[in-house]
Write a protein that binds this ligand. Structure first.
Ligand SMILES: [Zn+2]
Length: 305
């Protein structure tokens, strides 16, 4: 089901190199490759002279050193954080201490919904629970710097506090982990929520940005078309789940085996959570039922019309 999206895995970028991806946008990749991070997390530098940094990245002294070296003769006035996964925000305190920049983000790390009784959060360790922005941003807020203008674009779904940042002068969007060229985004409860995620995709589909700079992988040059592929992919995945349930009640591991063919074994847990995210949405919409709140070990069946 993955091959309906025209994925692009071409990123010839060594860690710790400064790469000017377009005039006014530099990127530096952390050396944290993995099944969720592709070749590494990308930090972006916006502008020249008096600049902003988008996503300082993981708490890795080498990455922090490279980022600070890249802006050695400049002034960092703003730090923007797309979301509080541990590969995006833990470098914030070090960059803030070295530069005195003000930190902007939607808010602290939080789950999209309360935990159910007896539920433990399998994603606890992936969140940067210490993060606090200096300035909490609302959707649509405009922040003006020296030669650049950023608009905060609330995009919950991957995390509850996910924020994308539109670079108005370049018609570009720093899109974090909401949309990526190399793979689909992970939407995993309780931190993520599928209904929010779909609404955020629909919102981006109506915007005018032509290029996306994601937190991982290459830039997306045909942004509107790519978002539509992402939307179609999610709808197809939902249709596959409903199709499987039409054959009878079943559980999430069975669905993962039947629709995620050839998946990287390291991603099986994430795939299960992604199916759970769809189940939460389908139960809320009255299409699917289960006993008690939707759970990773629950049995699901179609609601008969
Ligand atoms: Zn993330």
């Amino acid at each position: 089901m993955n091959d309906d999206i025209p994925f692009d895995k071409n990123l010839n970028l060594a860690p710790d190199r400064v790469d000017e991806v377009m005039p006014g946008v530099r990127r530096i990749m952390a050396d944290n490759p993995g099944p969720f991070t592709f070749k590494g997390t990308l930090s972006y530098i916006v502008g020249r002279g008096r600049v902003a940094i988008v996503d300082p990245g993981p708490d890795d002294p080498r990455h922090i050193g490279t980022l600070l070296d890249a802006v050695r003769n400049e002034t960092v006035t703003h730090i923007f954080v797309t979301h509080t996964h541990r590969d995006h925000s833990p470098a914030v305190p070090a960059i803030k201490a070295a530069t005195g920049a003000t930190v902007y983000a939607e808010g602290p790390h939080r789950a999209a919904r309360p935990l159910h009784i007896g539920e433990h959060n399998p994603l606890d360790s992936s969140g940067d629970h210490d993060f606090r922005p200096d300035v909490a941003l609302k959707d649509g807020e405009i922040i003006t710097g020296d030669g650049w203008t950023i608009e905060a674009v609330a995009t919950p779904g991957h995390t509850a506090n996910h924020m994308a940042y539109a670079f108005k002068e370049k018609n570009a969007l720093f899109v974090g982990d909401h949309v990526m060229a190399w793979a689909t985004s992970i939407v995993a409860p309780p931190d993520g929520a599928m209904s929010d995620y779909m609404a955020s995709l629909q919102k981006l589909a109506k915007r005018s940005e032509t290029i996306y700079f994601p937190g991982h992988g290459p830039a997306i040059n045909d942004a509107a078309r790519f978002v539509n592929y992402y939307i179609l992919h999610r709808k197809a995945r939902e249709a596959s789940i409903l199709h499987r349930l039409a054959k009878g009640a079943t559980d999430i591991p069975t669905i993962v085996r039947s629709i995620y063919i050839g998946i990287d074994p390291r991603l099986t847990g994430a795939a299960g959570l992604s199916v759970l995210a769809h189940m939460e949405d389908l139960v809320t919409r009255g299409l699917v039922e289960t006993d008690g709140p939707p759970a990773i070990d629950g049995v699901y069946r179609l609601v008969s019309a």
